[in-house]
Design a protein around this ligand. Structure first.
Ligand code: AMP
Ligand code: MG
Length: 405
């Protein structure tokens, strides 16, 4: 077991132990945001044939030799080719076809002129300038060439990929299953959001924050229930979670106080505790375990500690579990807009919002940062890392930062 290690090291340990969800066949429609579980090769050129980029006339460039405003060339129209039809005649010298946007270029033609640049009747079209062969013809395969890798296993199905798959006639494909992720709240003081509250009780907020975090990544959160501060009860819920879920989150009971039973409960449930505590503020209190290739992330009860720890270590694991090829968070440098007035004896993570309005990547850090301050995490999209041993930081300080999305 590793104790009080840097979060990057804990992340490596947990990623190395992290499972990946199984795969299933899913219809393309409705698969937006899911992750491909197979490489996809293009089977056909897109477009599949040379086509016209607009309404106009298709002809042989050689016929336009010497054409000018004063000396137009007149061509005889032999056919009209709307989109979706197949040309039935070849273009020969002195002839043209009326062609509409997206229609296949007829044999013999090597040029298209848009109709606005011509004068025409039903039977004849006048061309007023010389064209080079190939002018305004969209070649077959301009977008996608048959045989190319269209997408890789682990790619997110975004709008353009959904459209590209459809262009290939792929109406179903292998994607990763949405993994079930268990959530357990520990703490005798906790009351659910819809229950009456009294005395020293507090609302269970971590359950909902973690449910939202898991769902946001594409996992299926499963609330396993609340346990009192009692090793057996916590272990029973962990055991239940490990039966049906590939990953389980607990919150509460991971410090080193009298009522911190979660690490012992992990062991009682048969898990090996791999990490106990990070050198990090907030979010240092944690215990991570593994059992039969399934991960348990024991997070602090303090809401923002839990979320900071989640973003630093669990989020990349959750992304890996969901099948993402790029599971590590994207990094950038951010310039602090305001000063940060505390010393950081340990590595510190501060949350905030990106400001890229003037072309520089800046971060407006939340004014209140602390173990139990959840409100100021709302809307945050970046976390910056203040290195251990840093003095208070002046505005304008540049920090490494993780994008949360
Ligand atoms: P613990 O990590 O169990 O020592 O809890 C630390 C603090 O977080 C205490 O003030 C708890 O009451 C609070 N807390 C624990 N679990 C939750 C939860 N699920 N939602 C909100 N606050 C919690
Ligand atoms: Mg507690």
């Amino acid at each position: 077991m590793e104790k009080n290690i840097p979060f990057e090291q804990a992340r490596e340990i947990m990623l190395a132990n992290c499972p990946v969800a199984g795969a299933e066949n899913a219809p393309l429609s409705g698969s937006m945001g899911r992750i491909l579980a197979e490489d996809v090769l293009a089977v056909t050129d897109i477009p599949p044939f040379p086509r016209s980029p607009f309404d106009g006339y298709a002809f042989r460039a050689a016929d336009s030799a010497g054409a000018s405003r004063q000396n137009p060339v007149t061509l005889r129209i032999i056919e009209e080719i709307p989109a979706g039809s197949t040309p039935s005649k070849a273009i020969i010298a002195g002839t043209a076809a009326k062609i509409l946007t997206g229609a296949p270029i007829p044999d013999g033609a090597d040029t298209v002129v848009m109709y606005e640049l011509t004068e025409f009747t039903d039977d004849f079209v006048k061309i007023f300038s010389m064209a080079a062969p190939g002018t305004d013809i969209v070649p077959a395969g301009e977008d996608v060439q048959a045989g190319m890798v269209l997408a890789k296993k682990g790619d997110l199905i975004d709008p353009a990929l959904a459209g590209s798959l459809a262009s290939q006639g792929i109406a179903a494909m292998l994607v990763y299953q949405r993994p079930k992720v268990g959530i357990i709240s520990t703490g005798s003081e906790l009351v659910e959001a819809d229950q009456p509250i009294s005395g020293g009780s507090i609302r269970n907020s971590n359950r909902y924050a973690l449910e939202a975090a898991c769902a946001g990544i594409g996992a299926e959160p499963v609330y396993l229930g609340r346990a009192d501060d009692n090793t057996d009860e916590i272990a029973a819920l962990i055991g239940k979670g490990l039966e049906s879920c590939l990953m389980v989150f607990t919150s509460g009971g991971v410090s080193v106080g009298d009522y911190d039973f979660t690490p012992a409960a992990m062991e009682l449930a048969g898990a090996e505790v791999l990490v106990r505590g990070l050198r990090l503020k907030p979010g240092g209190a944690c215990a991570y375990g593994v059992k039969d290739g399934r991960l348990i992330f024991g997070l602090s009860g303090n809401p923002s500690s839990a979320m900071t720890n989640f973003y630093a270590v669990a989020l990349p694991c959750l992304r890996k579990l969901c099948g993402h090829r790029r599971f590590l968070p994207r990094m950038t440098k951010v310039t602090l807009i305001d000063s940060f007035n505390k010393k950081s004896p340990n590595t510190r993570i501060i949350s905030g919002r990106l400001d890229i309005s003037d072309g520089t990547v800046r971060m407006r850090a939340s004014v209140m940062q602390g173990n139990s301050i959840l409100r100021t995490l709302v809307g945050c999209d970046v976390m910056a890392v203040i290195p251990a041993g840093s003095p208070p930081l002046a505005a304008g300080t540049v920090l490494d930062a993780y994008l949360l999305y």
